[in-house]
Design a binder for this molecule. Structure first.
Ligand code: ITT
Length: 199
């Protein structure tokens, strides 16, 4: 079976390839089916709605079973922001580093006990014939530290320290991050669904 990994984010793409590498499916990237430029408007008001929008759009155009992830960082002291807007936080002028700095600035006067946060990933798996979706979720709790640490991963990894660990996600190697991350936990739940489809 061919499975399209419907993300334009290279960090996510790499993690999915690692997480699904042992499965008996052929992983296909958007650029390999002429969809390297497809951007889906994320107009849903939940992670689930946006994951479904992305999975359906790519499944319809590719004719392949498609997996899409909508994810983000929810900071307790910011009432769950940046949340759904994690990728675009602070507007189009900012890169990943700029977004992390914006978040750190907003938390400048927030003390350690109040720096709790969680990463959420919702994965939608779309059937190309019916465009019906199966949806799973993964969460990892942790806290926002005071300055960036580590060069691995992507996005907000350098400022997020999972509960029970001294390292940030960006200080862990990919295999380690994948075992405990929101995306890793969601993929664990999607694997049985893929196995069922493959029979
Ligand atoms: P696609 O829609 O093409 O998949 P995207 O980056 O726009 O790519 P989202 O809309 O789901 O994806 O935004 C998720 C953002 O949340 C992402 O850009 C990061 O800023 C952040 N994020 C999600 N998972 C993360 C992780 O594992 N580590 C660090 N940051 C993460």
């Amino acid at each position: 079976m061919r499975l399209l990994i419907a993300t334009q984010n290279p960090g996510k793409r790499k993690e999915f390839q690692h997480l699904l590498g042992d499965l008996a499916v052929e992983l296909v990237l958007p650029s390999e089916v002429g969809l390297g430029d497809l951007e889906v408007a994320e107009i849903g008001d939940t992670f689930e709605a946006n994951a479904i929008l992305k999975a359906q759009a790519f499944a319809e155009r590719s004719g392949l079973y498609t997996l899409a992830d909508d994810s983000g960082l929810m900071v307790d002291a910011l009432d769950g922001r940046p949340g759904l807007y994690s990728a675009r936080y602070g507007g189009p002028g900012l890169d990943d580093h700029g977004r992390r700095q914006k978040l750190l600035d907003e938390l400048l006067y927030v003390h350690d006990p109040e720096r709790g946060a969680q990463f959420v990933a919702v994965i939608a798996l779309a059937n190309p014939q019916t465009l019906g979706c199966q949806v799973v979720e993964g969460i990892v709790r942790g806290r926002i530290i005071h300055e960036e640490r580590g060069n691995n991963g992507f996005g907000y990894d350098p400022i997020f320290q999972p509960d029970g660990y001294d390292q940030t996600l960006a200080e862990m190697d990919e295999g380690f991050k994948n075992r405990l991350s929101h995306r890793g936990r969601a993929v664990e739940k999607v694997i049985p669904l893929l196995q069922e489809i493959m029979g």
